[in-house]
Design a protein around this ligand. Sequence first.
Ligand SMILES: Nc1ncnc2c1ncn2[C@@H]1O[C@H](COP(=O)(O)OP(=O)(O)OP(=O)(O)O)[C@@H](O)[C@H]1O
Length: 308
Amino acid sequence: MAISTKNLSKKYGSRFVLESLSLNVEKGSIYGFLGQNGAGKTTTIKLLSGLSIPTQGQIFVDGMDMSSESGKVKQVLGLVPQDSGFYDERTALSHMIYYGRLKGLSKKESLEQSRVLLDQVGLGNEMFKKVGYFSHGMKTRLGIAQALLNSPKVLILDEPTNGLDPVGIRQIRQILFECNNNGITIFLSSHNLLEIQEICTYVGILDKGKLIAESTIEKIRHIESSGVITVGVYNLSSEIVHLIESLEFVIKTELKSEHTLEIFVNSNKDVKPEINRLIVESGGQVFKLIENSLSLEDAFFEATGIKF
Ligand SMILES: Nc1ncnc2c1ncn2[C@@H]1O[C@H](COP(=O)(O)OP(=O)(O)OP(=O)(O)O)[C@@H](O)[C@H]1O
């Protein structure tokens, strides 16, 4: 595992903001850490990157225990916080050299790596510009370049696409894919479900400080149901609805209009023919039968009862 935690908890005052978090981030994955504002994402990231100490529990990064080997752990981690705190008056290159030196690189190594990384994040032509003139997206890309100094194995990013326009989001996504192709495991937090769906291979869902689901993106879509089938029936009756609800793979139904019923199903096989047959045998006249797989947003709602 690139990162794993065991019963990780954090208390502020008398309140637990994280409770018994047991995360598993596989090497080589792009892991999306999904949760609403205040769910505890930033708190988790601070713990994983050694900026905060857990109240209880353990953190392992690349097999090393954070509590006893935090120095070594920090060598293999790159962190992109929500606010990188760059100085407006300094150039991108001088920031990079400064951080490179902090990470233990020589002046020469720092300069060499900085040039390569600034190119990699599309800031090669802006390296002598003061950061005060940078857009939000450029600052985020500089934050990523800074985190990539000294070749980390794991890159942790706190809401990297928050507040960016679509072009900025695409640029960050490209950079992250490239890093991942180069073997870096990526852990990023977000409250943007679509973003997670676009980028990540794994997702962990955090709700009020608790991990309520962790799986591949594909499996998460099947937390509660594998799909929703919309049927249109001219003479839809309560008997037909009851019969449908009694099918073992049906989780629930929702009446959308006098003639339209949504059926939430949990099954890996195609259940449309069975639903169709049941309705027809009960005297129903079907005029529509459509299946959509659930979006991550729907799956999240099904799992938590929360709507974004
Ligand atoms: N230093 C602190 N002292 C007390 N409470 C804190 C502290 N830091 C965070 N909290 C509380 O812990 C909870 C989780 O906060 P956190 O910033 O981790 O959430 P988040 O999921 O990152 O939210 P956001 O998306 O808004 O950044 C919140 O209720 C917050 O008010």
